[in-house]
Structure formats: structure tokens, C-alpha cells
Design a protein around this ligand. Structure first.
Ligand SMILES: *Cc1c(COP(=O)(O)O)cnc(C)c1O
Length: 235
């Protein structure tokens, strides 16, 4: 099997899972968009994925993402959108905005001016998702804003004309049933939508838990392993 055939077969399997999860949730097929997470995999895979119809790819490390986006920039017909889904260091935020079309991991106000500056330099707006933490209060904090801070963060994004607030992103905490975490997320999102009805994207669900995320309302799933295979050197 060629790499292209392998990716095509994996994509078909993932699309079938998404379709089945939409059906089970009573949502129309096509309600959920696939972002293929290409971290650790080469630009050649991004090209193959684009040829196979993938429109959105995700990366979580700035240096790797920047290099890969540059490697793919020569292909005029390669119309993939780059999603930055990793932790954002303040001093890298402007640089990320120079190649990312969507930044999914905005979790603190200090990032916003820097992202806006990068967007200015590139001369086009950047879509933003606010990453919300689903960790139980008191647990060791992983990435993401406290749910109570989302409206404040959204207000800051709205003040930056270069940024377009699209919605929320979350990762299910390790060691918890993802369905329970995503149920909390659905509540957080419903409340958020009352204030920001235009920000209707919900990016949640990965290879292992995309069904639970879709049943909780995800509009975008971020899938790496199930499409590309196991990442080298990663559990
Ligand atoms: C790596 C990663 C994914 C994809 O995870 P898989 O289990 O390989 O599908 C999704 N979201 C984020 C934030 C990631 O870092």
C-alpha cells in the first residue's frame, strides 16, 4: 500500500465514524468538519491529504508548523487552512499569526495584541477560538482558560479588528470519561452562545473520543492518529 492509499483508507474510516456519530446524534451529515492533525508528520503528508480533499490541518508546535506551512506555500492549488492547536508562548504568538489561518488555543488576554500584530503584518484577519479548560476545579491545570473568564477574553478579541471570534475549543482531560467532560463543555458553550451567538464553532474530539464530542455538539473534530498513524516517539 502506498502512503497515499493508506491515508485515503484512514480518511474514509474517520469520515464514516463522523457520519455515524452525526446520525446517532440526530445531526445532519456534513455538520462536522474534520481538521487533520499533522504534527510530527512531514509536509509531504499534508500535500497528499490536500490532494485527497482535506481542507484543514492542525499543528501544535510553532517551529514545526512554521516550517511545514512554508514548505507547502509554493503550491498554489494547495488550499489548506492551517489551524494552530498547541500551547501558545506569548513571544511566539505574533509569529504563529503570520501563517495560521485559525488559532484555536487562545486562553489568556496577553496573547491577543500579539496575535493581532502578526495578523496585521500578514495583512489578513485570523480566526480565533478560545480554548476552555475542562479540568475539575482544583485539579492540576492543563491548557485552557477558566470557563468564568471566557466572556472577558471574548471581549478582548472583539476589540481587535484583525481577529474574528469563531467559537470555543477544548480537550477532554486525561483520566475522565470524555462524555462527562464534553457534557460540561456543552453547558459552557450554551451559556457562551447566549452572549456570542455568532461564535458557533466548537472544536472538540480527537481520534479516541470524537463520537462523544459530536454527541455534545462539536462542529470540528481534530484527528491525528486515526488518519496518519501513531506519531513517532509519542505515546
Ligand atoms: C495531537 C492533538 C490532537 C489529535 O490527537 P489524536 O489522538 O492523534 O487524534 C487533537 N487536539 C490537540 C490539541 C492535539 O494536540
Amino acid at each position: 500500500m502506498t502512503r497515499r492509499e493508506e491515508l485515503a483508507a484512514n480518511l474514509a474510516t474517520v469520515h464514516a465514524r463522523i457520519d455515524a456519530a452525526c446520525a446517532a446524534a440526530g445531526r445532519p451529515a456534513g455538520d462536522v468538519h474534520l481538521v487533520v492533525v499533522t504534527k510530527f508528520f512531514p509536509a509531504s503528508d499534508v500535500r497528499l491529504l490536500a490532494e485527497l480533499g482535506v481542507t484543514d490541518v492542525g499543528e501544535n508546535r510553532h517551529q514545526e508548523a512554521e516550517a511545514k506551512a512554508a514548505e507547502c506555500a509554493d503550491l498554489a492549488d494547495l488550499a489548506v487552512r492551517w489551524h494552530y492547536i498547541g500551547g501558545l508562548q506569548s513571544n511566539k504568538a505574533a509569529a504563529v499569526a503570520r501563517y495560521a489561518d485559525v488559532i484555536e488555543s487562545v486562553d489568556r488576554p496577553g496573547l491577543i495584541d500579539r496575535i493581532a500584530r502578526g495578523a496585521d503584518e500578514r495583512g489578513r484577519p485570523v480566526d480565533v477560538l478560545l480554548q476552555v479548560s475542562l479540568d475539575a476545579p482544583g485539579s492540576e491545570h492543563r491548557a485552557g482558560a477558566d470557563p468564568d473568564l471566557l466572556l472577558e477574553l471574548a471581549a478582548s478579541v472583539d476589540l481587535a479588528p484583525q481577529l474574528v471570534l469563531r467559537g470555543l475549543m477544548a480537550v477532554a482531560p486525561l483520566g475522565e470519561d470524555p462524555a462527562e467532560a464534553f457534557a460540561r463543555l456543552a453547558h459552557i458553550r450554551a451559556e457562551f452562545l447566549e452572549h456570542h451567538p455568532e461564535a458557533s464553532v466548537l472544536s472538540a474530539g480527537m481520534s479516541g473520543d470524537l463520537e462523544a464530542a459530536i454527541s455534545a455538539g462539536a462542529t470540528h473534530v481534530r484527528v491525528g492518529t486515526a488518519v496518519l498513524g501513531s506519531r513517532p516517539g509519542v505515546q
